[in-house]
Structure formats: structure tokens, C-alpha cells
Design a protein around this ligand. Structure first.
Ligand SMILES: [Zn+2]
Length: 395
């Protein structure tokens, strides 16, 4: 039996390294350009019009479009191009291995598997039908997801928009219709230095920071108690980094923490920043800390698509056609969907493969699931075309 085209394509995609430059120093594997060039050729051969956006040198967003320029409806499929690094991997990262029903390699699961499943769903007859029904199909290969969601943010900045979006990530074929947002910040507390033998003459930034942390913990505990919508879990706060002081015999005049705050629906980075400033200002007014700096490291909104939406309903029906029990989930992780939800009101994250295998030392995807994901996406496009044709007929 000849190899399925999805498997052939995935092996090819894995063999083209596209490691996020933030995850490697090795220029022979870093950057998204090689992969984007390959995809460009692939998409162009199928009639897509291409647009390049060189976000950083050698690091493009590739935007491929099929269908009318003034569409009635725009459907976006987005996949990040980058992978995490290959350090410590126990398999060959860029030499895909097929064994026991799995394909091994960096990116096999996150997210070249879901990407290959979608690309092979772009069959000429269905592309034609979509275009004739007034649908513009956009495929975006986005750079920089694994560190900062830079490519997706850029799409938003550039004014792209869509009516519906499918973000291709390994979700074990669940339709993830919402996930948390993030607000990462760096917080520095300033104190007053003095000789360690006379701490009363100074103001310890470390002792000040202890109070800050205590207050932040109390604040998040209150938020968790009061959280009205627990659909995507509770808001969280993790202090992932701390540094302060200069020497054992000096009262420290500086202490810094870095904090990972995860936002649920109803919360925003802006509001959270304001509330944290209020905590800091109160402590400054009481003289517990001398002063402070609050800097945002990264910020992205939570998203939620209504279960009643056409997008989720279609996934539900198509999954049933393939005897996949439809699952709708909310996730704690963050993805490009957060950014994309700013330019599209109906977003889902979907793909074969499991987040459990993402970023691992022996990353793989189960071939059966890969093919099932492909079947679902291909059928999704057909059903979508049908729906749009019927709408045209009704008019
Ligand atoms: Zn991913």
C-alpha cells in the first residue's frame, strides 16, 4: 500500500528544521525561513496566492490565500512554523523515524503533524467549491509561537481578520473552544542600602518583597474564591524567579521577581496590572517599600468561543461522522488562539497528537490519529463548502 500523503508530507516537514532561535544557538537549524519556503512552494502549486511578512530577519509569517478578494466569509487556518529546540532529544530530531505506528521527530506532534493534516485537506475540488461560494481560505504559517506568539500578534497588528479560525495544535482531536490568557510581569522593589551591621538605617528590598509576595498571594486567593466562571479552571499566579541583594553584609536595595499570572474569562492584562499596582502603591504609601517598577513581559487575552457557534457545531458533527466522540474542552495552556481571538470572534484549537508529547525528548505522533485528524479537517472543509453553497442558493 502506498504511503498516505499526510505521512509523506509530515516526514518532509520534520526533516526541515525550524527551531525557534530563542531555543537554540545553532544557525543550521534555527529560524522558520526554510520551512516557510517549502510551504510556499507547496501552497503555490495548489493555487494559493502568497504574501510574505518578514517579521524578523529570516523569520517570516507566510500568509497564503485562496478565493475571492472581497469574500463573503473568511476561514483562517493557522499553524505555527517554529518548534522548540532539539537539545537532549533521545531520537534523531530531523530524521523522521516511523516505528510501531508512530512518527518520531521534533515537531511531529507540535505542530507539524496538525499542519500536515490540514495542508493535505486542501484538495483542489473543495478549494474550488469554497471559492465559488464566496469563501476566502487563509492559511497562515506563523513564526515565533514557542516564545512570545510574535507571529500571531503581528497578524493582528497588520489588520488581518477572519470570520472563523482553526488554530492547528495537538489537542487529541478535541475542539478546544477556550483557554486561559497570560500576563507575565517583572516586578522590582527598591529599598535603601545600609551597612549590614545597621539594618535600621536602610530599608530592605528583600523584606519589602516578602510583603509584596504575601499581598499578591492573598489577592490571587481572593480572586480564586470569587471566580464566577470556572469553566476554564481558576486564575493562577506563579512566582517563577527571584533575585535580590548584593552581599551578606549589605542591606539590599533591590529585589526582583518574575511572575506568571494566568487569566480566565472576564480578566484582562490591563485590569490585572492595575490591581497589582494598587497593592504596590499601598505598600509604598505605608513605607514598606521605597519604590517599585512593574514591567510586562508578555500579555495575551483568554478566549472563549460559544459552544452554540456554527464552528463548534460543525466540528461536533464531523467528529461523529468519523466515530470520534466530540469533545469540547477548555485548556490551561496558552496558544496563538489568544491573539487570533482579537481579530476573529469564532476560534477553535484543534489537531491530532497530544500536548503530552509536545516538547518531549522523543516527540512523536500516532499515525492513526494523524490520519483521523486529516479526515476530520478535510470533511470539515467539505461540509463548510456545502453550507456556504446552500446559503448562496437560499438567497
Ligand atoms: Zn504548538
Amino acid at each position: 500500500m502506498p504511503e498516505h500523503e499526510v505521512i509523506t508530507l509530515l516526514k518532509r516537514l520534520v526533516s526541515i528544521p525550524s527551531v525557534n532561535p530563542g531555543h537554540t544557538d545553532d544557525v543550521s537549524v534555527s529560524g522558520e525561513m526554510r520551512l516557510a519556503e517549502y510551504l510556499a512552494e507547496w501552497l503555490e502549486a495548489r493555487g494559493f496566492a502568497l504574501s510574505w511578512d518578514m517579521v524578523e530577519p529570516g523569520r517570516p509569517n507566510l500568509i497564503a490565500s485562496y478565493g475571492p478578494d472581497t469574500p463573503k466569509h473568511t476561514l483562517l487556518l493557522e499553524s505555527h512554523l517554529d518548534t522548540v529546540g532539539e537539545d537532549g532529544m533521545t531520537i534523531k530530531p530531523f530524521d523522521p523515524l516511523v516505528r510501531e505506528g508512530r512518527i518520531y521527530g521534533r515537531g511531529a506532534c507540535d505542530t507539524k503533524g496538525p499542519m500536515a493534516a490540514a495542508l493535505c485537506a486542501f484538495r483542489p475540488p473543495v478549494l474550488e467549491r469554497l471559492a465559488e461560494a464566496g469563501v476566502r481560505l487563509l492559511f497562515v504559517g506563523a513564526m515565533g509561537e514557542e516564545k512570545g506568539n510574535i507571529g500571531a500578534e503581528r497578524l493582528v497588528e497588520q489588520g488581518w481578520s477572519a470570520d472563523e479560525a482553526i488554530i492547528l495544535e495537538p489537542t487529541e482531536l478535541a475542539a478546544v473552544n477556550g483557554h486561559k490568557g497570560i500576563f507575565w510581569f517583572q516586578l522590582t522593589v527598591h529599598g535603601i542600602s545600609a551597612h549590614g551591621s545597621n539594618p535600621d538605617r536602610g530599608r530592605s528590598a528583600i523584606l519589602g518583597m516578602m510583603q509584596v509576595i504575601d499581598q499578591l498571594q492573598k489577592q490571587i486567593a481572593r480572586k480564586r474564591e470569587q471566580c464566577a466562571n470556572t469553566e476554564m479552571g481558576l486564575p493562577t499566579l506563579n512566582i517563577g524567579f527571584i533575585e535580590g541583594g548584593t552581599a551578606v553584609n549589605v542591606v539590599p536595595n533591590r529585589c526582583t521577581i518574575e511572575v506568571d499570572r494566568r487569566l480566565v474569562i472576564g480578566e484582562s492584562g490591563e485590569q490585572t496590572r492595575k490591581e497589582i499596582r494598587e497593592v504596590l502603591q499601598r505598600l509604598a504609601d505605608r513605607g514598606v517599600i521605597q519604590s517599585y517598577d512593574l514591567e510586562t513581559i508578555k500579555e495575551g487575552p483568554p478566549f472563549r468561543t460559544a459552544p452554540e457557534s456554527a464552528l463548534i457545531g460543525r466540528f461536533d458533527r464531523v467528529c461523529r461522522e468519523f466515530n470520534v466522540t466530540p469533545r469540547m474542552e477548555s485548556a490551561a495552556w496558552y496558544s496563538d488562539a489568544g491573539a487570533i481571538s482579537r481579530i476573529c470572534s469564532s476560534v477553535v484549537v484543534f489537531g491530532p497528537g497530544s500536548i503530552k508529547q509536545a516538547h518531549t525528548n522523543d516527540e512523536y505522533i500516532v499515525m492513526d490519529e494523524l490520519l483521523k485528524g486529516h479526515d476530520i479537517l478535510a470533511r470539515y472543509l467539505e461540509r463548510f463548502a456545502e453550507e456556504m453553497e446552500n446559503m448562496q442558493g437560499d438567497r
